[in-house]
Design a protein around this ligand. Structure first.
Ligand code: GAL
Length: 673
């Protein structure tokens, strides 16, 4: 069957995970009444309900789900119907003990948690197909069901499985990829340490070994693990699609996702959905939130997406679970919206009294409705109603940041020149610089067509294929500006160092290769003389071999003392910049100011801590402003404030901690701010 298009609902979506099976039936009536009060129009149900839906193998009990969906529909609330494959019941593991996950050290994961099934297990795959089929047959035409939510956060809590079924799949996967052992031996460089294979049956999983495992093998293992998860998604999706037409999604975790290559996953879903939780140790967690939202939008090709889960206040699974302060939830939600989300949802509707997540915040907290959190939940619901016209508008960016999960997997393998050179840290530092400069970005894969961007930033592209290198070189030659961070262009798709020196694929674009890495001892720092400025840097120096680039910054102190650190190269119509060290978001400012000038970008200026994003509609634009600071500020803008109804004639007063969404004239039609 063909999928119906998302969105299926008019206006913005508001709601959350709803787990009514944890509550007596009378609470459901109260729930739907409160959902109406809060303006909730979509809830995700059934995600963890397998044991309730199939209490014994082959014996289904859909009566309670029928009742629930009817109740929701009668109250004008739509359902995002989950498939419960993340949590098979106790009977399943008793009947199929081999379907349990085996970890790296050979320990078999027991029952009593969630996410315990081996994705390679044949009985598991058959069982999830059966369950998805039963659900789809029963609810294909239920009027409440507007979306399917397959599984939950693929890859957590476990992605890798080292059990016999997984190892057998792994061998099949390798045979398909390489066809011959000769090709596998070549790709994995097995001549090193005498790892050569002469029989497919001798190829094992990269489990516990005396010292580090062949890195190319591990990189393939990461690809295989991701493929296995996606195969499981397809099994369920296709089972649903055989009977039902509602769009199908699953919830991603953007920058927090390790095991899933979301460029590939986004191709498989009808609408991209993401979960995001603030990271408590991060004082500027709202920057990470923005990164995550931009990445989610980008993997979906810019289409409006769903924020499937975030929290109303504290989570429960970090070391120090900080509560959101008044107004913070609203700022978070509106930032997601500003960066392209047309659905704002939470984990979860009503706080659980029992179980592992009883200290997790919810839309209806333990304190009940006479609480700050519930009042803010109701307020946010009202806001989203007022913002209905934003639905469908899009974020546009002049800058792309390169993000590649394969590079993340390869980069974070063992035995690198410095443990302190980390993919995610570099991504965040460069992103934060752009965020603070109010430069809206898309993320892109290094092999994408980048020609529409004025600037492409590659904070951390350790793994860069030869064809990606050619793509980036072409981009520069045709007039683009490229900014590359250290430890980029080092290895190919097999984690083998490129011939021609470190960074060889970018040699033409950057006018250099790197002769030797000169990492610093832990805790040491140095400076970079950059024009008149002295930028503090740490972790990484290197010995650059110039092949045409001009030196713009020089190491002062440290192992690279006196050597080039930052370079600029003109190639064809464009420019390639290189930063051969680790600079913080602060220190990067001096460099990016020059890079913007080359790229012809003039970042707008707003008061510090104020985040301003635009969404473009067909006939008008929307400016979304979020004040993360405590001070009231003024922004120059003209238009209609959709939350207050006020007409803004040139100056918007934005309170400390406040948010605003202003409808402005369309920039495309020559108006705008
Ligand atoms: C998510 C998960 C939810 C819930 C939530 C708590 O990762 O999908 O089921 O556990 O975390 O923050």
């Amino acid at each position: 069957m063909t999928a119906a298009a998302w969105p299926a609902l008019e206006g913005l979506v508001y709601g959350g995970d709803y787990n009514p099976e944890q509550w007596p039936r009378e609470v459901w009536d109260e729930d739907v009444a409160l959902m109406r009060e809060a303006g909730v129009n979509l809830v995700s149900v059934g995600i963890f309900s397998w044991a309730m839906l199939e209490p014994k193998e082959g014996l289904y009990d859909f009566a309670w789900m029928d009742d629930l969906l009817d109740l929701l529909h009668a109250n004008g609330i739509a359902a995002d119907l989950g498939t419960p494959s993340v949590s098979p019941p106790a009977w399943f593991f008793a009947a199929y003990p081999d379907a349990r996950v085996t970890d790296k050290d050979g320990r078999v994961m027991g029952f009593g948690s969630r996410g315990m099934a081996s994705h390679a297990s044949a009985p598991y795959r058959e069982a999830i197909a059966r369950m998805a089929t039963e659900l789809a047959k029963r609810y294909a035409s239920h009027p409440a069901v507007v979306l399917w939510h397959v599984h939950n956060e693929y890859g957590v809590p476990v992605a890798e499985d080292f059990g016999p079924a997984a190892v057998a799949s792994w061998r099949r996967w390798l045979q398909e990829r390489y066809e011959t052992l000769e090709a596998l031996n070549a790709a994995w460089g097995t001549a090193f340490w005498g790892q050569r294979y002469d029989d497919w049956e001798h190829v094992v999983a990269p489990a516990a070994t005396p010292t580090i495992v062949n890195p190319a093998m591990k990189l393939d293992w990461a690809r295989f693990t991701d493929d296995q998860l996606r195969e499981c998604f397809r099994i369920e999706r296709d089972a649903i699609r055989a009977h039902a037409t509602q769009p199908i999604t699953t919830n991603f975790m953007a920058h927090q996702s390790w095991n899933t290559d979301l460029w590939k996953w986004a191709q498989e879903v009808d609408v991209v959905a993401d979960d995001h939780y603030l990271w408590s140790p991060d004082e500027d967690a709202h920057v990470g939130l923005a990164l995550s939202a931009d990445l989610t939008r980008s993997v979906g090709g810019g289409a409006p997406w769903m924020l499937m889960e975030h929290s109303t206040s504290a989570v429960n699974w970090q070391g120090h679970n900080t509560a959101k302060r008044p107004g913070e939830m609203r700022r978070n939600a509106i930032t997601h919206l500003g960066r392209g989300a047309d659905a704002i949802m939470f984990f979860q509707w009503r706080a659980s009294r029992s179980g592992a997540e009883k200290f997790h915040s919810a839309m209806v907290p333990h304190a009940g409705t006479q609480s700050r959190v519930f009042r803010e939940v109701v307020q946010l619901g009202a806001h989203l109603k007022d913002l209905a016209e934003v639905q469908g508008s899009r974020v546009e960016a002049e800058v792309a940041v390169l993000y590649d999960w394969e590079s993340l997997w390869a980069h974070d393998l063992e035995w690198r020149p410095s443990d302190d050179m980390q993919f995610r840290e570099r991504m965040r530092a460069f992103y934060e610089r752009l965020w603070r400069d109010n430069v809206t970005v898309d993320f892109a894969h290094p092999e994408h067509d980048l020609s529409r961007y004025k600037l492409v930033v590659a904070p951390s592209s350790y793994l860069l294929t030869a064809s990606a290198g050619e793509n980036l070189t072409r981009y520069v030659e045709r007039g683009g500006t490229l900014l590359v961070g250290a430890f980029s262009g080092i290895v190919d798709e097999n984690d083998a160092v490129h011939a021609g020196g470190f960074g060889a694929p970018l040699k033409d674009a950057l006018g250099l290769t790197v002769e030797e890495f000169l990492p610093l001892r832990e805790g040491r720092a140095m400076e970079i003389a950059y024009g008149d400025a002295a930028l503090s840097a740490d972790v990484w120096a290197e010995d650059i071999g110039l092949t045409g680039a001009e030196v713009r910054g020089t190491f002062v102190g440290g192992p690279g003392d006196g050597l080039p650190a930052i370079t600029r190269h003109q190639r064809g119509e464009g420019t390639g910049w290189y930063v051969g060290t680790r600079l913080s978001a602060d220190a990067l400012a001096a460099v990016t100011a020059d890079v913007y000038a080359d790229a012809g970008i003039t970042p707008p200026s707003f008061p510090a801590g104020v985040e301003v994003i635009s969404r473009r509609g067909d006939a008008q634009d929307f400016v979304i402003a979020v004040n993360h600071g405590d001070d009231d500020v003024e922004l120059e803008i003209t238009g209609a404030d959709l939350l207050t109804g006020a007409e803004i004639e040139g100056t918007l007063e934005l309170a400390g901690g406040g948010v605003a969404v202003v409808r402005t004239a369309s920039a495309r039609q020559g108006g705008g701010q």
